[in-house]
Design a binder for this molecule. Structure first.
Ligand code: ACK
Length: 222
């Protein structure tokens, strides 16, 4: 008999528990509704392809949302991506497989392309975070490990999910630039926190209370 080769998934990541997915989707809607209603946002509709006096429904604007909310660690494309075999064979990855993890969401962000949640990885979670994840998409910049960790909540029509992590790094890069970013508003309720504007239609809400969601580390084979 021939030994079957181990199959590599489309991607590895943390998959949110059903209840926490529902909660995060609701929170994301609340975020978009409140963000769309603040004066500062209404004055800056141009990057979203709208005139100042026009009405923009952000819930409709982000037409697509992933079927399963997750935080990708390694995109493998079933093994076609360089380094995916090595990633899958790491002891830390094998040990983490099918284990439960709590993810800490510190911020929500929206750009003309994507809406997402910023995930702050713990040292335990960083053990299975690929060291080149940030370099892969922004080779010219330096970021703290884990800066790309995110949960895609929605994308505009014709935008791919992979864009969310790139948008997040774009914002982190501006935060690192040393420039001061004034808060342009405050949201309330479950999305309480200050909202900052980072040019080109990029907004970030720093949550006053971090959101914790339960997840399982696994592979998605689709
Ligand atoms: O929102 P995401 O992190 O962005 O989750 C999905 C998941 O894999 C399934 O498509 C992410 N993804 C897609 N292409 C890539 C890529 N080239 N590099 C890293 N992540 C990717 C996508």
């Amino acid at each position: 008999p021939t030994l079957e080769k181990e199959l590599l998934p489309l991607y590895f990541g943390w998959f949110l528990a059903k209840r926490d997915q529902d909660y995060l989707r609701k929170t994301s809607h609340e975020f978009l509704e409140q963000l769309g209603n603040i004066k500062a946002f209404k004055k800056r509709l141009q990057p979203y392809g709208c005139e100042e006096k026009q009405k923009l429904d952000l819930l409709k604007y982000f037409a697509k949302s992933p079927n399963i909310l997750h935080c990708t660690t390694k995109f493998c494309d079933y093994g076609k991506v360089l380094g995916s075999e090595e990633y899958a064979q790491q002891e830390a990855v094998k040990k983490a497989y099918s284990r439960g993890y709590t993810l800490h969401i510190s911020a929500l962000f929206a750009t003309p392309r994507t809406v997402g949640a910023q995930v702050e990885l713990t040292s335990d979670q960083l053990l299975i975070w690929p060291p080149d994840a940030e370099k892969e998409v922004m080779p010219k910049d330096t970021f703290p490990r884990g800066s790309r960790a995110h949960i895609t909540l929605g994308t505009a029509a014709d935008v791919q999910d992979v864009q969310t992590g790139i948008d997040l790094l774009e914002i982190v890069k501006l935060q690192q630039s040393g420039r001061e970013w004034e808060s342009l508003g405050e949201l309330a309720g479950p999305v309480a926190g200050k909202v900052s504007y980072y040019e080109n239609g990029m907004w970030m809400l720093n949550l006053a209370r971090k959101i914790e969601v339960k997840s399982i580390f696994s592979g998605y084979y689709g």
